[in-house]
Design a protein around this ligand. Sequence first.
Ligand code: DLL
Length: 443
Amino acid sequence: MSKHSLPKAAPFDPVSAPDFLPPSQLRELQLARLQDMVAHAFHHVAPFRSRMSERGLEPGDIQSLDDITRLPFCDKADLRDGYPFGLFATPMSEIVRLHASTGTTGKPIVVAYTRQDVEVWTNVMCRSLVACGLHRGDIVQNAYGYGLFTGGLGAHYGAEALGATVIPISGGNTQRQIMVLKDFKVTAICCTPSYFLHIIDQAAELGVNLKDLPLRAGVFGAEPWTESMRQRIQQDSGIKAYDIYGLSEIVGPGVAMECLCQAGPHIFEDFFYPEVIDSATGKPCAEGVEGELVLTTLSKHAMPMIRYRTRDITALTSEPCACGRTLRRIKRISRRSDDMIIIRGVNLYPSQIETALLKVEGALPHYQIVLTREKGLDEMEVQVEVTQDVFSDTVGGLEQLQARLTKSIETTTGLRPRVRLVQPRSIQRSEGKAKRVIDQRKM
Ligand code: DLL
């Protein structure tokens, strides 16, 4: 049996039953949970209550799912203003866990879980792993960071609940990661896609061919990555790469997860109610139209989030999926509205550069965008690693590649960058989320 063929009889899995609910039943469940959640937040979170009252709203006004649009939005600024515990809806004696997300500036945001919230999180993480074909008997190397970041413990609890064997290795020490992958006969790995690329490179250097190992699946998320990156990872490692989405404010990883069809993450809608809105007007987008994802927790007790503006850009689809799940799917999130760089008035997202680079043979998926300002004008340099063979090529060969990359970026973005080819492994690697942009214009 190849490592990608499905087990003959999939084990009976009651945990994933809500993934297959008829839509009408799912909507009923969502409405009942939404009503409870709004009442809970109204009675226990002062800033939410005052915003509802300003609009003349009371919890009883939520009579249908469409009424959600009458409720106020919230965003990261509310969490910052409430730092550290201002948005908690239960006394500390009921809170069993705190996590925090560092963000790039200022204070972190703090999130809280009751015992029941941890159970819900474990449930959605377990369903996430089932969705991509993992089961009891799998050996899961969990290379997401353990600590205040939600990745490590989120994946850990989910994998244990599944009955898989978890290796809580956390991020970093890549040589040891590769030794463990090989010696412990690991079948699935959880980490950021950029960190897995680093593992692929290091394994090659150590003479370990990942394709020869039992490793068959990667549960990759926590940062934007493109379809071309998925293809690269799959080609170079022989595994299947699945996209997992989540954010600390809502629960952590496990808000949405891809199934074996790899056709965009399914949202665990029984616990998280999704909307996609036009960022500028706040009005709902039609199905399939890209906009900002807004999420409402339908069961979070310690810290309910009602209409949380994620800044993540995606589109929602209710088109049936071949896996039979009735949960709606989101288009993979390749950008955030606040990741947008403006260069000479042109709007650009790092993922557009990634797509353009990976179209060109000889370029490696390791890159960094450096922005500077010279004589008042914005300059963009894209540093991209190339294979050792290419790097040792003739000057002419290098210049040709540089020209192809410049053209590809120009065609995709409308901007002509300076492309600098750099040696393999010269761009700093991250054990967690990759840093793609260095903006020196503000300094
Ligand atoms: O990154 C939770 C997580 C851990 C998700 C492990 C998946 C796997 P935060 O640190 O709060 O939480 O960052 C959340 O990361 O709003 C997105 O912008 C981005 N993000 C998360 N997953 C994906 C993904 C965790 N699959 C922020 N694709 C989110 C694109 C993602 N972006």
